[in-house]
Each structure stands twice: as C-alpha cells, then as structure tokens.
Design a protein around this ligand. Structure first.
Ligand code: GTP
Ligand code: MG
Length: 201
C-alpha cells in the first residue's frame, strides 16, 4: 500500500472530542518511550508529524492522523509513567481506557513491546485486559536494531510462550525498527488487508 496523503486532524483530550467514527482506525498503545510516535512517523514516512522524545510521557492526548483520506492512525499516550503525579497518571489511563473500550471504529490496536525486555508484568496485564475487553490487537516488537538476530528471536519466542499460557491463539506479531527501517511493509500490508474487511481503502 502506498501512503499518498497524511493529514493531522486533531488532538483530543477525551473520547467525545475524537473525530466521527466514519473510518477504520489503527491506534498505538504501549509503555511510554516504547516508540509509538516514532512508528507513526516511520509508517507515514514523515519525520516530525508525531512528537518524539527520549523523555517518557511526550504524547498526552489522543491524536488522529487521516491517511489517504480513508483511514486513521491514532497516537495514544503511553502507560506506566507519571511525571506529573499520580492524579494525572490516573486521568491518562481513564481517558485512554474509555477510548479503547468504546471506540467501535478501532479496527486494530497495535500494542508495542520493547524487544529488549523480558515479558513485563505491566505489558502482559495490558494485553490480557485487551483480550477481556475484546479489543482486536496485534503486537509490534520495537527497537529491533538494539539486538542481534539471535537475541531478538530468543526474546520474541519467550514472549509468545508467555502469552500462550493464557491465549489460545497468538495475535499477529510484527517486528520493527525505525533505525534499520524494518517492518513497515508488513504492518502496512496488514492494515491494507484489514481495511478491505472494513470496506475502506
Ligand atoms: P510517549 O509518547 O512518551 O508515550 O513515547 P512513545 O512511545 O511515543 O516513544 P517515542 O516515539 O517518542 O520514542 C521514544 C524514544 O525511543 C526516542 O528517543 C526515539 O528516538 C527512540 N526510538 C523509537 N523507535 C526506535 C527504534 O526503532 N530504534 C531505536 N534505536 N530507537 C527508537
Ligand atoms: Mg508518543
């Protein structure tokens, strides 16, 4: 799939403020700093569309980007980080949960996992909660440039084994690096296929 047109639509502080649910959308979730905004820029071939920072907690709102006038990419705030205190952290989580639970046009939630870590409780709990809420998910292992091929395989296998303790079938799994520019075609092909199911694109 070619990305011909990318438009930033809006940043929303809550579900009510999000654009109308007329098109399928693909959101990025994951711990702060895992690379959600970077992946959005990488997929759309833009350098500065979504704000990136080495300081966790950069993305604080629900950000909609319209692609080819037919579907949305959505950059979400990360979980597991509170620079501004507990109260704000709780607020982030509640509006992101509200979005995830009620957004019927959410075609797939990409849950990003830093490939360097062993399975972390916070990520596993998030993935399990998505399952309970019947949210369609796919996994993306990020920052694969930071590991050797062997180590990457070891870590992703370990993750899959961990998930198979509770999931009968694994979700779709991707690996990506914005440094070596890998994973883009696979993710865009998956979105293309899913869009067809939704009758868009
Ligand atoms: P929040 O908005 O704070 O939740 O973070 P985020 O998940 O959007 O992460 P962001 O895209 O801002 O990236 C965080 C840091 O990771 C930045 O310093 C990026 O340059 C770096 N990063 C992202 N993707 C990659 C990658 O594939 N490889 C490497 N080496 N670094 C990456
Ligand atoms: Mg971000």
């Amino acid at each position: 799939m070619n990305i011909q047109d990318v438009k930033f639509i809006k940043s929303s502080p809550d579900l009510q403020s999000c654009p109308a649910e007329s098109l399928p959308e693909y959101a990025f979730a994951g711990r702060s700093n895992v690379g959600k905004s970077s992946l959005l820029n990488f997929l759309t071939n833009t350098k500065k569309l979504a704000k990136i920072s080495s300081t966790p907690g950069k993305t604080r709102l629900i950000n909609h980007y319209l692609i080819n006038n037919s579907w949305y990419l959505v950059d979400l705030p990360g979980y597991g980080f509170a620079r501004t205190g507990k109260k704000i952290k709780a607020d982030f989580q509640s509006f992101t949960s509200e979005y995830l639970l009620n957004r019927t046009s959410l075609a797939c939630l990409f849950v990003l996992i830093d490939c360097r870590h062993e399975p972390l409780k916070i990520d596993l709990e998030f993935i399990h909660r998505c399952g309970e809420m019947h949210i369609p998910i796919a996994l993306v292992f990020t920052k694969t440039d930071k590991l050797s091929e062997g180590r990457l395989l070891q870590n992703t296998d370990r993750y899959k084994r961990e998930l198979l303790k509770t999931w009968e079938i694994l979700p779709q799994v991707f690996s990506a690096s914005t440094v070596t520019r890998t994973g883009r075609t696979e993710i865009l092909n998956f979105i293309d296929k899913t869009n067809r199911v939704f009758g868009s694109g």
